[in-house]
Design a protein around this ligand. Structure first.
Ligand SMILES: [Zn+2]
Length: 266
């Protein structure tokens, strides 16, 4: 089985959220996870201290891990704001450059999914910031409408990775759709609003998805992990990512990139 790893960059700094409700919600949710014993007090402390550092991304650390494990991943960075994605285009530009210079693939974390003009505008903006001619997209919160894929194709995207479905990649005209199979937050929250109590349960459910993909004979497995959680303040999340990479390596999976595979999809 071939595995494609990707990362959505939802946050860069704490300060970018000074005008929304993300910070109070984060403190309350983390406090509840701590009170209910879902995370240790030390982890809660790290989350609060992390806010004072004004850093809500772990991109360099995650790139270093992927480099060490030889994982050719794609990072999706937003170039407009919406639904809690609030960083500036200047900050986005810095990280797009740094990701590409770091030897990784970079694409758009899309905000607009129903207006063809707004979709074209995000494509144009990312193209000029990144200097890339060919790149893909994943919608923030996987938002899609009935015409999203066709709008993306017309805007010139080479692939999309926003459809959550247990199937192999397929073409929509010039665009290749890579359905998403494994997503960190679905597994860690397990449908609830707080982190689940047992790491074993999270791992068990992840194994089930992989087994099911193998049973169905899928040639590709796609995996999303948010860089935000590659940190000791989110120990279970970070442990889960390291676990799944090593678990798949143990199954002799081959790690590949979206763009090289897109060219081979008929
Ligand atoms: Zn997102």
């Amino acid at each position: 089985m071939k595995v494609i790893v990707s990362h959505d960059v939802d946050h860069l700094t704490v300060w970018e959220h000074r005008r929304d409700l993300i910070l109070p919600k984060f403190v309350v949710r983390s406090g509840m996870e701590c009170l209910l014993g879902r995370i240790p007090v030390s982890e809660y402390g790290r989350r609060l201290r992390g806010m004072a550092r004004n850093q809500w991304q772990n991109l360099d650390e995650l790139m270093a891990f992927n480099r060490e494990r030889r994982i050719p991943s794609t990072f999706f960075v937003g170039v407009s704001n919406g639904k809690g994605l609030a960083y500036s285009v200047e900050d986005a530009a810095y990280w797009i450059r740094r990701i590409i210079d770091g030897g990784f693939d970079c694409g758009v974390h899309g905000i607009n999914f129903d207006s063809p003009e707004a979709i074209r505008e995000e494509h144009r903006k990312f193209r000029s910031l990144s200097g890339l001619d060919s790149f893909g997209i994943r919608m923030h919160y996987l938002r899609t409408g009935p015409d999203t894929l066709s709008h993306l194709e017309k805007a010139g995207y080479c692939f999309d990775a926003s459809v959550y479905a247990p199937r192999d990649p397929y073409r929509v005209g010039e665009l290749v759709e890579f359905p998403l199979h494994i997503m960190d937050d679905y597994l860690i929250y397990g449908g609830g609003r707080l982190q689940r109590a047992s790491f074993g349960e999270i791992v068990e459910d992840t194994r089930k998805i992989i087994d099911e993909a193998e049973r169905k004979g899928l040639k590709f497995l796609t995996l999303l992990f948010h860089d935000r959680y590659y940190n000791e303040a989110f120990q279970s999340w970070k442990n889960w990512y390291i676990w799944i990479i090593d678990y798949l390596k143990g199954k002799d999976a081959e790690f590949v990139g979206f763009r090289e595979i897109a060219e081979t999809i008929k």
